[in-house]
Design a protein around this ligand. Structure first.
Ligand code: SF4
Length: 85
C-alpha cells in the first residue's frame, strides 16, 4: 500500500543526487538541496530511496511529519528564493 512520504533533512544533504536519480521525478533539488514532493511511496519504495543516501538524510513518515518538516525547514521559502534567481 502506498502510504509513506519521503522526508529529507536538508541540513544533512550533501547534494550527491542519488535520491533524485532514483526518485522517479518525485525528488528534486530546491536551492541546491534535495526535497521530495508529496507523493506517496510504498514501504519498499521508501526504503530503496532511504538506502541510497550516503549521509542518512532521508527517512519516511506520515503526512503530518512531512508537513512539519516542510515548515520547519522553510522549504517554501527556498522554492521562492530559487524562483527569484
Ligand atoms: S541521497 Fe542524500 S545526500 Fe544525496 S541528494 Fe539525496 S538527500 Fe542529499
Amino acid at each position: 500500500m502506498a502510504s509513506k512520504k519521503i522526508i529529507i533533512d536538508r541540513s544533512k544533504c550533501i547534494s550527491c543526487g542519488s535520491c533524485v536519480a532514483c526518485g522517479e521525478g518525485k525528488i528534486k533539488f530546491i536551492a541546491g538541496k534535495a526535497w521530495s514532493n508529496e507523493s506517496d511511496y510504498t514501504d519498499d519504495q521508501a526504503q530503496d530511496i532511504i538506502d541510497v543516501c550516503p549521509v542518512d538524510a532521508i527517512k519516511s513518515g506520515d503526512e503530518n511529519e512531512y508537513k512539519k518538516s516542510y515548515e520547519d525547514q522553510e522549504v517554501a521559502k527556498a522554492e521562492e528564493d530559487e524562483e527569484d534567481c
